[in-house]
Design a protein around this ligand. Structure first.
Ligand SMILES: [Zn+2]
Length: 74
């Protein structure tokens, strides 16, 4: 039937347009690793806190210098 073929053609055109629009859309920029507001976990007590408030030692994050020292001592 002609009507159904026309419908299929219209759907195909719509699909091509959608694919082309998606291809030309710029991909969303990936968040940098040290993005502001990123949460890290204290290696000693498990508390989550913003990365810029954390104390770092040996690739581990701590909520305070006290927990960093306690963890280092064992
Ligand atoms: Zn802690």
């Amino acid at each position: 039937m002609f009507g159904i073929r026309l419908l299929i053609v219209l759907f195909a055109i719509a699909a091509v347009v959608l694919i082309l629009r998606r291809m030309y859309r710029r991909p969303a920029p990936k968040q940098p690793l040290a993005a502001p507001g990123q949460m890290v976990r204290c290696a000693h007590c498990g508390l989550y806190l913003p990365r810029d408030e954390a104390t770092r030692k040996d690739d581990l994050d701590f909520c305070s210098a006290d927990h960093r020292d306690r963890h280092t001592r064992g």
